[in-house]
Design a binder for this molecule. Structure first.
Ligand SMILES: NC(=O)C1=CN([C@@H]2O[C@H](COP(=O)(O)OP(=O)(O)OC[C@H]3O[C@@H](n4cnc5c(N)ncnc54)[C@H](O)[C@@H]3O)[C@@H](O)[C@H]2O)C=CC1
Ligand SMILES: O=C(O)[C@@H]1CCC=N1
Length: 271
């Protein structure tokens, strides 16, 4: 167990970068340099955290033990190669969707130590889940460091088959968006039934919050919790008969996850 985090370079201080930085601050940092040209990143400055707009502004004597890549995959081909000078000394942890360990190694130099990971936005409240895969050049102590950095924002699982990162990206990486969409759709349906908008919003939000809390607190499976709501010949049964029809949610969710998985694979090939 690492007690205090070593010097870190965070490349990209947007939604995910900021969420991880907040988790690291709770964990105890020595020094973090955030490389981000965006004006919004300035808000991340504070005790032990410096913001720089370009790599040229990173102090020459700063020696990060880990570099976390939290920029969009679409700019990776521009943002990643200049970091190759750290490849001999630092671990790289990439959370970019789709970008493979091979792609990163090709842009950083063949021997770079690389962990590819996929977190999700509940990281912002330390309730995320991350799946990670360590490349061949990662030393055991570097794997431990990656685990510590990622565990600061929620649960963490390592896999050895990197190809699983594409469906993981589709399921848990994007998963919060599907849940938020459900809130939006429930709210719209409530309004359609004549429920006043303010109450409709409250019903939709608190239903998801309450159901998630019940899932977290209960030892029962999701299917058992669903059955507990569903009275024989009652109201929920009528709704579920529509939602659970093979060409309804089962088909839509499966097709959606398939499309997102394919997009993750394609992002790995671009640039
Ligand atoms: N948003 C999400 O739900 C998740 C996103 N990811 C991945 O995390 C990465 C970041 O995503 P978000 O935080 O959502 O994006 P974001 O747009 O909030 O943050 C990206 C940050 O990169 C900065 N940036 C742009 N060009 C840069 C450069 N050349 N050097 C350094 N920084 C630069 C931007 O100013 C911005 O602050 C992406 O690769 C995405 O695939 C992973 C899991 C979940
Ligand atoms: O939509 C995306 O590409 C990223 C990866 C997972 C969540 N957001």
């Amino acid at each position: 167990m690492i007690t205090r985090l070593p010097p870190l370079l965070l490349v990209g201080g947007g939604k995910m970068g900021a969420a991880m930085l907040a988790g690291w601050r709770e964990r105890g940092i020595t020094r973090v340099v955030v490389l981000d040209p965006g004006a919004g990143a300035q808000a991340l400055a504070g005790d032990g955290v410096d913001i720089v707009a370009s790599l040229a502004d990173v102090p020459a004597d700063f020696a990060p033990q880990a570099i976390v890549l939290a920029v969009k995959p679409q700019i990776a081909a521009i943002a990643v190669p200049p970091l190759a000078r750290f490849a001999g000394s630092a671990l790289f942890v990439s959370i970019m969707a789709g970008k493979t360990i091979d792609w990163l190694a090709a842009h950083l130099g063949g021997n770079a130590a690389i962990v590819r990971a996929m977190p999700n936005t509940p990281a912002a409240i330390r309730q995320g889940i991350t799946v990670a895969c360590a490349g061949p050049a990662v030393a055991p102590t570097q794997r431990d460091l990656a685990e510590t950095l990622l565990a600061a924002v929620g649960a963490i699982e390592f896999v050895t088959a990197e190809k699983l990162l594409d469906p993981v990206t589709a399921v848990s990486g994007g998963g919060p968006a599907y849940v938020f969409l459900l809130v939006e759709l429930l709210e719209a349906a409530a309004i359609d039934q004549g429920i006043p908008p303010q109450l409709a919003t409250q019903l939709a939000r608190q239903t998801i919050i309450g159901a998630a809390g019940l899932l977290a607190a209960s030892p029962e499976s999701a299917a058992d919790l669903r059955r507990a709501v569903t009275s024989p010949n009652g109201t929920t049964e009528r709704a579920l008969a529509i939602l659970m029809a093979p060409d309804s949610w089962p088909h839509a969710i499966n097709t959606a996850i398939d499309a997102a998985t394919a997009r993750s694979r394609a992002l790995g090939q671009e640039g």
